[in-house]
Design a protein around this ligand. Structure first.
Ligand SMILES: Nc1ncnc2c1ncn2[C@@H]1O[C@H](COP(=O)(O)OP(=O)(O)O)[C@@H](O)[C@H]1O
Ligand SMILES: O=P(O)(O)OC[C@H](O)CO
Length: 495
């Protein structure tokens, strides 16, 4: 009897392998960070070989920490940082270039040359932006010598991180399968959001050959069988990490919403079986698709820099040693000392979509110290979330009454309390805050009948903690007005 399901969660900063039992509880976990490579200002890369190596290591560590072997796993699911782009040679298994990460803005000029804005939005639900995979693929095709010849020989494969891991997990050069799921494909700017197929017109606009693209599958179905480390285990779940968190939070009904606080911060609202197109700077994206069922769509508010700002304080300024130190620092002061930090390091994503914006701290005086900077950095995540929530409510006409949260930053009490204060809604964290991995495990488990359906999963959700608003209305209003002024000041920086 196989009593567990495994999930690989390949995020922007780290890779985890988590083993879950039938109740959706964690029985073993391992996690490793990988190198962030910044070759030039605005460029962000990862080494795909390092990511695959760390994935294998955490699988070994996670199984060992759970005290089980691969034979105890009914299935394995994959969830991943989305949009990040890899092209590799299927005969050698070697990448042609580092993975170009979703935050990378090197293709800004190319994106500006594209003028089919409305057409592309209608086809994909997305604005033209450096964020998505298409312009990154185009960059690699035009900057790596010899790759076009290899494409003619049929040797080149494109994938987001899910595809790269599944290909390696199922055999790599010895017959690895080349697939992705609808949620990941919906972030490439190449998939038609209605047909859920690669779109010839988009491929032409971005000058990308179809033969390098993976096959698009449901988020929950058996794609193949693992070889090597997980020999014989069905690979049967694949979701982009934000959609996986939605699934793991059991947001199955239209109107359900969750917000995940990791490197970036991403709010997704379930809009049901039809795509809703936004006029308020939100993305239309696929939430999930179970096998033989209709796809469920979402509106998404994507914030590029959330926990990444905490890392920046740690790695670039050195004012904290580890991420969790930020709370101690921020708690040393009563307020932000009048400063607002707009972390537009990769421009501003939702709801602004301004790639001319750059990081800005406003309101600096000699009074300000590092504690205020720590506090303003945490507040920035909460304000960006308010921007997105306002857009979400305007678009959907749904008043959001509570916010389900998850991700690495939700251990931060100060942030969660301030979030509730500034939104004026209760913020709720589930017992299993690793909802991203849990969502991938649920998708994988459903495909092999480890769980019998979504109703069974609902029994597994338990509340851990709730933060309630405790701020006077006038403060809430004034603080947010200041934030909006600061956002204005961050814009028009890059010509
Ligand atoms: N106590 C904390 N307070 C604030 N931020 C934190 C804390 N602990 C971790 N983080 C931030 O959370 C992020 C990691 O969250 P995670 O969900 O693992 O991200 P990802 O999936 O993007 O790799 C990092 O950016 C880190 O700086
Ligand atoms: O790695 P995360 O959790 O910050 O998620 C990254 C997103 O998927 C980017 O779209």
């Amino acid at each position: 009897m196989k009593e567990y399901v495994g999930a690989i969660d390949q995020g922007t900063t780290s890779t985890r392998f988590i083993v879950f039992n039938k109740m959706g509880e964690i029985v073993g976990v391992d996690q490793l960070e990988h190198e962030q490579i910044y070759p030039e200002s605005g460029w962000v890369e990862h080494n795909p070989l390092e990511i695959w190596e760390k994935t294998q290591k955490v699988i070994v560590g996670g199984l060992s920490n759970a005290g089980i072997t691969m034979h105890d796993l009914a299935a394995v699911g994959i969830t991943n940082q989305r949009e990040t782009t890899i092209l590799w040679n299927k005969k050698t298994g070697k990448p042609y270039y580092n993975a170009i990460v979703w935050q990378d803005v090197r293709t800004r000029e190319f994106c500006k040359t594209l003028n089919s804005v409305e057409k592309i939005k209608k086809l994909t639900g997305l604005p033209i932006n450096t964020y998505f995979s298409a312009s990154k693929i185009n960059w690699i095709l035009n900057n790596v010598k010899g790759i076009k010849e290899d494409i003619k020989k049929g040797e080149v494969l494109f994938g987001n991180i899910d595809t790269w891991i599944i290909w390696n997990l199922t055999g790599g050069v010895d017959g690895g399968i080349h697939v992705t799921d609808v949620t990941n494909a919906s972030r490439t700017l190449l998939m038609n959001i209605n047909t859920l197929k690669w779109d010839e017109e988009l491929l032409k606009i971005f000058d990308i050959p179809k033969n390098i693209l993976p096959e698009i599958k449901a988020s929950s179905e058996i794609y193949g069988t693992s070889s090597g480390l997980l020999e014989g285990v069905p690979v049967s779940g694949d979701l982009g990490d934000q959609q996986a968190a939605l699934f793991g939070q059991l947001c199955f009904e239209k109107g359900d919403v969750k917000n995940t606080y990791g490197t970036g911060c991403f709010m997704l609202l379930n809009t049901g079986e039809k795509p809703v197109f936004s006029n308020n700077g939100l993305l239309t994206t696929v939430g999930y698709k179970l096998k033989n069922e209709k796809a469920v769509y979402c509106l998404e508010g994507s914030v590029a820099i959330a926990g990444a700002l905490v890392q920046w304080l740690r790695d670039n300024l050195g004012i904290i040693k580890k991420s969790s130190d930020i709370e101690k620092l921020a708690n040393k002061v009563e307020n932000n000392g009048g400063i607002y930090f707009v972390p537009a390091f990769s421009g501003l994503f939702a709801p602004y979509w301004r790639d001319d914006a750059r990081g800005t701290i406003v309101g600096m005086t000699r009074y300000v110290n590092k504690n205020h900077i720590a506090r303003a950095s945490l507040e920035a995540t909460a304000y960006q979330t308010k921007d997105v929530l306002n857009a979400m409510e305007n678009e959907s006409k749904i008043k959001i009454k509570t916010l389900k949260v998850d991700g690495g930053m939700v251990v931060n009490d100060l942030l969660m309390q301030f979030q509730s204060d500034i939104l004026n809604v209760p913020v709720i964290k589930p017992k299993v805050s690793e909802t991203t991995a849990l969502g991938a495990a649920y998708a994988a488990g459903l495909a092999v009948n480890f769980w019998n359906g979504k109703e069974e999963l609902k029994k597994n959700w338990n509340k851990d903690k709730e933060w309630n608003p405790n701020m006077i209305d006038e403060d809430r209003k004034n603080f947010y007005l200041n934030w909006k002024k600061a956002v204005d000041k961050s814009m028009n920086w890059i010509d």
